[in-house]
Design a protein around this ligand. Structure first.
Ligand code: ZN
Ligand code: ZN
Length: 133
């Protein structure tokens, strides 16, 4: 059982009260703006402990992680490499195909993470405008 210190509770509450996919540094700023003084190392340790306890979900982006509430229904993510924006989507056909693949490989599937990397609409439009100028 995880020990929910006041600091970890504050981290958990902040994540649970939003739909964001939190980066540790952005979270640190939000906590500090809300009047909590929690060191960045404590935040990193807290996030790992909360993730291990299943209280928050982590999206693994190479050596970085983003965190979100664990009570959302299953979804996957589009990740913008330019601005870091993360958008959620759900596609029943993709979900079904993954189960089919697992079955085909006689693999006991218990979950998946799907990340689509690229450039979001805003960033793409900005580049196009830049080319025109
Ligand atoms: Zn973007
Ligand atoms: Zn999400």
């Amino acid at each position: 059982m995880i020990k929910l210190t006041a600091q970890r509770q504050a981290i958990l509450d902040t994540i649970n009260q939003s739909n964001q996919h939190w980066d540790a540094e952005v979270l640190a700023r939000a906590l500090s703006d809300a009047g909590h003084s929690i060191g960045i190392a404590t935040i990193y340790r807290g996030l790992t402990a909360l993730e291990d306890a299943g209280l928050i979900e982590a999206i693994h982006l190479g050596d970085k992680k983003r965190y979100e509430r664990s009570d959302k229904s299953h979804h996957d993510h589009l990740v913008c490499r330019v601005c870091g924006a993360i958008e959620e989507f759900f596609d029943a056909h993709i979900e079904q195909r993954q189960h089919d693949v697992a079955k085909q490989y006689e693999f006991q599937m218990d979950g998946h993470q799907l990340l689509i990397f690229g450039t979001c609409k805003q960033c793409f439009n900005r580049t196009k405008q830049g080319e025109k100028a």
